[in-house]
Ligand binder design. Structure first.
Ligand SMILES: *Cc1c(COP(=O)(O)O)cnc(C)c1O
Length: 355
């Protein structure tokens, strides 16, 4: 057996698991081997036909995603959103009642939900509110124990909207390399001043990076994300991923959204949204209900409100829903607002004042 920490950290029973053998993918032959219907269903507008099982890990999509993120195809698994990638990591690395994750709170809720579903423990490392929600690498490294298999770092972070300091991330990746899977969630990286850290895959063997088409590529409804890591981890994840996890309409929608022209157009829209974010920041900051608008490297703004209840009620009366963050212990007056169109942002501000 290989001594790669990617394998030795994994649940040992998965290393010998015989994966499900899906029907062979031989697109030049007529498929009479998968018990599919030989006719198309009503309303089917796909190229491939909804009567057919989709291609597992579609080669065209994996190549497009790998090119988009600047990594070899061997380093990438296409998943049903980053949510599925988080679920796969949990199932690969966490043993019930023994293992744990470490997350920097407040952060994205799926890390701990996926860990708890797996029966694993959750260790929390608070981000420092007084220092712009930064992570303290020394404290984090000191908190690590051998049963902590996954260390989640969300940068830019949801819901605090800040990027984590690159030197801090470097120190954490350096100290924990080979000891834990360091999972860097870059769901919002397209809106960040800082570049993606995918080049670090060459430096750190147990680094995993999550990317998604849900935010910057406007495909949240299609459900596509990527797990990017050393090929050993990708091979391991392929053993447990459901064979037909990516639906055909989703794959075709993603391919249309990832042509060079479409990617260029979405880069322009991302840049425009950043300008709009700063407009919304200014308007929110001028509202008497708003105490503070936090800096943002994302497509949303986190605010502290003098009266978050009133903010929610007023905007709801105006037809808007914003995210209530008051359930987080360190965010007692905070709300999260996705940046909309100019018309939506102006109407949101109007609703604050008129209600
Ligand atoms: C929105 C978001 C995701 C994306 O999840 P998908 O399953 O790809 O839609 C991942 N991580 C964070 C922190 C997010 O906020």
């Amino acid at each position: 057996m290989s001594t790669s920490p990617l394998l030795s950290l994994a649940r040992p029973e998965l290393l010998t698991l015989k994966p499900y053998a899906h029907a062979a993918w031989l697109p030049t032959l007529t498929r009479l081997h998968a018990n599919e219907a030989p006719w198309r269903p009503e309303g089917d507008t796909t190229d491939a036909g909804l009567n057919r099982y989709p291609e597992p890990q579609p080669e065209a999509l994996v190549s497009r995603l790998a090119a988009l993120y600047g990594v070899p195809t061997s380093h990438l698994l296409a998943a049903r959103g980053s949510d599925e990638a988080i679920d796969l990591l949990s199932r690969l690395y966490l043993r019930e009642g023994r293992d744990a994750i470490l997350q920097c709170t407040p952060t994205f809720g799926m890390y701990q939900v996926a860990a708890r579903i797996q029966g694993a423990d959750v260790v929390e490392m608070p981000l420092d509110r007084e220092r712009s929600w930064s992570v303290d690498p020394e404290r984090l490294i000191a908190a690590w124990r051998p049963n902590i298999k996954l260390v989640y770092l969300c940068s830019p972070n949801n819901p605090t909207a800040n990027s984590l300091d690159t030197d801090a991330l470097d120190a954490i990746c350096t100290a924990l390399d080979g000891k834990a899977i360091v999972v860097l969630d870059e769901a919002y990286i397209e809106w960040s001043r800082l570049p993606s850290l995918t080049p670090w895959l060459e430096r750190f063997s147990t680094l995993a990076i999550l990317r998604t088409l849900s935010k910057a590529h406007a495909l949240a409804g299609a459900r596509i994300g990527a797990l990017i890591a050393h090929p050993d981890m990708i091979q391991l994840a392929k053993r447990i991923v459901p064979p037909y996890s990516l639906a055909q309409p989703t794959v075709e929608a993603a391919l249309r959204a990832l042509t060079p022209e479409a990617v260029a157009a979405s880069q322009v829209r991302v840049a425009d949204l950043m300008t709009e974010r700063e407009y919304l920041r200014g308007r929110l900051a001028a509202s008497p209900l708003v105490e503070r608008v936090w800096p943002s490297d994302t497509n949303f703004l986190m605010i502290d409100s003098h009266d978050a209840g009133r903010f929610m009620r007023n905007t709801m009366a105006g037809g808007f829903i914003v995210r209530d963050l008051r359930g987080y212990p360190t965010l007692p007056n905070s709300l999260r607002i996705s940046v909309g169109t100019r018309a939506q942002n102006d109407a949101l501000i109007d609703s604050l004042e008129t209600a």
